[in-house]
Design a protein around this ligand. Sequence first.
Ligand code: V47
Length: 435
Amino acid sequence: MPVCTPNSLRGTAGVRSKPRHDPRLDAIQGKVIRGERLTLEDGDRLYTTPDIWGLCELADMVRKRLHGDAAFYNINRHFNYSNVCALSCKFCEFYRKAGDEGAYTRNLEQARDEGRKAVASGATEMHIVGGLHPTLPFEYYTDLLRAIREAAPSLHLKAFTAVEIVHLAKIAKVFKQTDRASGIRWVLEKLKEAGLGSLPGGGAEVFDDRVHDEAFKGKIRSDVWLDVHRVAHELGLNTNATILYGHIEDRADRLVHMDMLRRAQDEALRRLGYLPDETGAVTLTRRGVALPTPSDRGPGTPPGANAGGYFQTIIPLPFFPDGSELERLPGPGGIENLRTLAVARLMLDNFPHVKAFWIMQTLSMAQLMLQSGADDIDGTVVWYDITKIGGSSTHQETTVWDLQRAIREAGFRPVERDTLYRRVVRDGREWRVEA
Ligand code: V47
């Protein structure tokens, strides 16, 4: 049970009944129990309800229906191959221009070395992203994957956001505005051959053209981001999705973003044979609906082979203003973070997982999020260069022990997963996925 359930105190002598019960949540609760899709208006009610704990309880109900008392983490490493970027997004503190102090680009030997270190630390995954480097050739990226793959064959390579994939299509000169999918497919096929296992969820930001042009001009828009993920799904690759909130967008923009993602997921799940309702929606949060299961056979087989082809998880990312061009903005507070995560769990009824990325949410906040819709807190990470919270360095590592303790303290059972959410059975650094 969530720690904050004033309902459980009802009737206790001397304790007032739930102070902010919002009757508007009752109708939404009925829909959630029946596994019906929530509308944008429902989303607005969830966002404006004063009954934050009622909202968290609803999201927790869905999360428990899907995952019971399991809460997932993984052993992973992040590797940023370069922070040199042709774009200058206002929210980003990561990018540098070539020649700037602190600009870096890693070579293949450094990449191999990172792969070896990751394996030695027991990692199952490497998360690889970087800036849009203006001069590196296409072969750098395939060589990068191959180098890590050779040095560390057991690692799943979750690499390159949709923004990078389009950049690669442009530098390989295969990107055509009139037929975007073919260039994207060409790039993804080459990367898959080189060892790509899945795509991370970055670069989605907020799917609104006004916000886009104000805060991340020059970056791909929502239609192109969704095209990349659709083609990846068609190729059997699983992908993740993010939403970056708490900057210049408003809550309505966030709801539209979530709605666009769940439509894209409807399409992916229909392709996998899930039966839609009369509106075309495929909800996974109905009782008795089986979650998609990747059939990849684990270490030793090419990562990503027959992995499925759908969105695995939504990762709400709170905006951190420090060091960015939007430093004047306050960024979202704790309650807004909790609310957005719970709303995401309820609106995205066809996403199997909701991740509270502890690096951006903090581990303490991730615990509350586990009680409010999240079922995953990401991994050991080690180096993280995209956001450096409170002036922290790029070394942002936590131990498996800390992750497990945080999960247990939140009332859940820690389950180590691989990138594709299969259970990991481990004996020290040796591991395999459960059959
Ligand atoms: O796309 C950049 C965001 C994202 C800031 O797929 C910022 O498993 C907050 O996508 N404040 C990259 N956010 C991170 C990402 C991710 C992280 C963990 C797991 C996965 C996954 C994906 O970080 C970017 C952007 O939206 N970001 N700057 C900032 N100042």
